[in-house]
Design a protein around this ligand. Structure first.
Ligand code: SAM
Ligand code: SF4
Length: 312
């Protein structure tokens, strides 16, 4: 289905929980956090995914919070991958439970995996995530590589003065493994809204540090480069320095059942409790209402949700 700006909306980012087993400093506060509402049930998720497919969505990415902490995540994936019209099912995960779950997820029809990893240094990773163990995530990555996913991408959020010294080490992963590494500009929302300007680096810096990277193409919102002989590509995702709203083909649904036409907009459309035509109408309204662009350059997002409450 086309939105009012003529963009064909094909992708749904569906959050299955806002809870998480990590507490990344830019994403979540430390300590216990209250949930906004009960997460969608597996049945509600299926109904939404089926409705979205009827409106032309052909790619679904499950996210959170941490999607793999749901006990029914494999069943949810099996159900979604069987929906007619859904050509691609992906998951974005922090990787803490991947070592055990990778084969089951691949068997349930998940084709692609995005693994979030912001440091390859054990103690920095522990500090950034407030307690995460790097070795567990790397074991998850190895399990994912063995499980036969079509594609694996490692997402690294660039944080100036924190992990930018690791740019070269992340780029080198594309030589070692058949994975893409994507550097994402930190966006001022939730926990990191008030962080000092030097934390918000331009991803262009990656090209300065690794001049051997040669441009290959643009894939969705990522500009892609490659090192000579590398097995994977390096992507730059630049929501801060390069507005890419014209290429945005996605809607988002939060774990408490609110459709967000844009990540950074405050507009939300309730889907909870809707079924049949009413659900389809609300989904179509959300697609139609995608705003032309966001206004991140003003220094903050217009949504009052943290990223774990939307899904990235
Ligand atoms: N827990 C899963 C994970 O970390 O992959 C899925 C949810 S997480 C909210 C999705 C992505 O959003 C992660 O790659 C995370 O690094 C990114 N993210 C969170 N807050 C961000 C921010 N302020 N700016 C840019 N990316 C952010
Ligand atoms: Fe959890 Fe993902 Fe947010 Fe980190 S980025 S706190 S792993 S939801």
């Amino acid at each position: 289905m086309l939105d009012t700006c003529g963009r064909e909306v094909r992708t749904l980012r569906l959050s299955v929980t806002e809870a998480c087993d990590l507490r990344c400093r830019y994403c979540m506060p430390g300590g216990v956090t209250l949930l906004r509402g009960a997460p969608l049930t597996a049945g509600e998720i299926m109904a939404i995914a089926q409705g979205a497919a009827k409106l032309g969505i052909n790619k679904i990415r499950l996210t959170g919070g941490e999607p793999l902490i749901r006990n029914d995540i494999v069943e949810i994936c099996e159900g979604i991958s069987r929906i007619a019209g859904i050509a691609s099912l992906c998951i974005t995960t922090n990787g803490t439970r991947l070592a055990g779950l990778a084969p089951a997820l691949a068997g349930a029809g998940v084709q692609r995996l995005n693994l979030s990893l912001d440091s390859l240094d054990e103690s920095r990773y522990r500090s950034l995530t407030r307690g995460g163990e790097l070795a567990t995530v790397l074991a998850g990555l190895e399990a994912a590589l063995a499980a036969g996913f079509e594609r694996i991408k490692i997402n690294c959020v660039l944080i100036g003065g924190v992990n930018d010294s690791e740019i070269e080490a992340f780029v080198a992963l594309t030589v070692r493994w058949p994975v893409d590494v994507r550097f994402i500009e930190l966006m001022p929302m939730g926990e990191c809204t008030g962080w000092p300007p030097e934390r918000f680096m331009h991803a262009e810096e990656v090209l300065q540090r690794c001049p051997m990277l040669a441009p290959i193409d643009a894939e969705g919102v990522a500009a892609r480069y490659r090192l000579p002989g590398a097995r994977g590509a390096v992507g730059l995702i630049r929501p801060m320095s390069h507005a890419f709203c014209g290429e945005c083909d996605r809607i988002r649904i939060t774990a408490d059942g609110m459709l967000k036409p844009c990540l950074h907009s405050g507009t939300e459309i309730n889907l909870r409790g809707l079924a049949g035509d009413a659900l389809l109408q609300a989904l179509a309204q959300g697609i139609g209402e995608k705003p032309t662009s966001h206004h991140l350059e003003s220094g903050h997002s217009d949504t009052d949700r943290r990223m774990n409450q939307i899904g990235g």
